[in-house]
Design a protein around this ligand. Sequence first.
Ligand code: G16
Length: 544
Amino acid sequence: MEIRVVATRPFTDQKPGTSGLRKQVSHFRKPHYLENFVQSIFISQQGLRGGEMILGGDGRFFNREAVQVILRMAIANEIRKVTVGLGGILSTPAASHLIRTRGAAGGIVLSASHNPGGPTGDFGIKFNVANGGPAPESVTGAIHAASLELDHYRIARAPHVDIDHVGRQHVGEMEVEVVDPVHDYADLMESLFDFPAMRALLQSKSFSMRFDAMHAVTGPYAQAILEQRLGAPAGTVMRKEPLADFGGRHPDPNLTHARELGELMYGRDAPDFGAASDGDGDRNMILGSGFFVSPSDSLAVMAANAHLIPAYQAGLKGVARSMPTSQAVDAVAEALGIPCYETPTGWKFFGNLLDDGRITLCGEESFGTSSDHVREKDGLWAVLFWLNLIAARGQSVATIVREHWQRFGRHYYTRHDYEEIETDRAEELMTRLRAALSEMPGRSFGSLRVRAADDFSYRDPVDDSVSTGQGLRMLFEDGARIVFRLSGTGTLGATLRVYLERHETRPDQLDEDSQAALAPLIEIAESVADIRNLTGKEAPDVIT
Ligand code: G16
């Protein structure tokens, strides 16, 4: 088969962010742009040569085209075998599982997660290493370095590869195996949870649930697991057909973008349990009837109740959360007498802790939770965990969470996002704030006194690697926190994230509205960072 060596020039903007390279589709369609990045993966990850690679994505616009390009480049870069999801589809957790079970050298996942799709939307590409997890910083750094040196890429002049039929074929020297994207993943879920109890719950007349697949990748997974294996009534899965543009909406599981689900869950005769997942199936939102479970609380409730789930009956080795995630899970870890690790934002930082057997569960405020069953966050897994929990405790979502608060206190929590700010302005805000940190300890804001203030850095306890500049923290004497950081997943300008948290233990103060309960902190955050002035915005664009 003819291999073309195509001359190219480096792009200077191919540094992977929090989760791979995310850009607008139009950016990815620039001549050589996708090819350059893929070649940088192949050059820097020599372990792929002669090995097996997993390939799939969330089915968004440009997914199929990118799959064909990557297959032709894989041939030219001497990959022995590529296993690809039918139609080029694999949810992120299913890709992670396949990498692990196949003993693959790595995988390429095509997704821009919860970002909008379609020709004017976003696309993304992410490399996962042999443990099934997102590449650590050492690997993304090597990919980026290779992208800056690139002067050619290799691509085979191969015919269009059929990815629409399950089976094996040879294209040149390379084997391509097209697999059912759902089957192995559904088996894995069945091995973790008490399916008979969940089936009984879903089939009982007194219980109902809705899952919003947001016209994204989890539609087929949720139908196979919830409706087929667990016997939930047809229609339990809403917006179930995956669409290349997600029906024109953001596949972002929150109350703004999962509007219909929210209306149902807060309406009359609301279902007992509501849930949603995102574009590539790794995020989750959990709702009870008229009740929203914050992702940080969800992680804590899961940790406190893990012994009720078959896979975690023996107890948890430890837990981890990203730094901006609330400290609710810390309180559970303390009660359980297990370690709790605090990592920077980004799932890649959990990989070593999971591989080293230090933790069993981990999660983030950004609607992500998972366990050691894969090395990615896992949306449907979290939904099934909650379903199993409801079946085991025989209580509503709201009762489970309120009882948790009575026991551990409530960590009131919110995140304010200021989107599409001019990059210079956002950098200026962070620079000014960073400079002010050293003056903050001892300063009082009303009744709140700053105990410490720093720019978070993390030393990985397994390989001793250090990551700096991971978010500016104001830590108050009563345990409250304000964290500022710039998002690493946006594609337009900069997004400022402000995370706010305080712990409340008074039993009669646990059912307040989060924004009201955090109002004094919100005011401090806005004034110390001069947000209105520097962003030109009167209010956050998104509040979660
Ligand atoms: C990705 C990462 C998460 C991170 C989130 C938000 O999620 O996998 O670890 O918490 O982005 O990151 P940032 O605050 O930098 O935008 P996903 O679901 O977008 O792949």
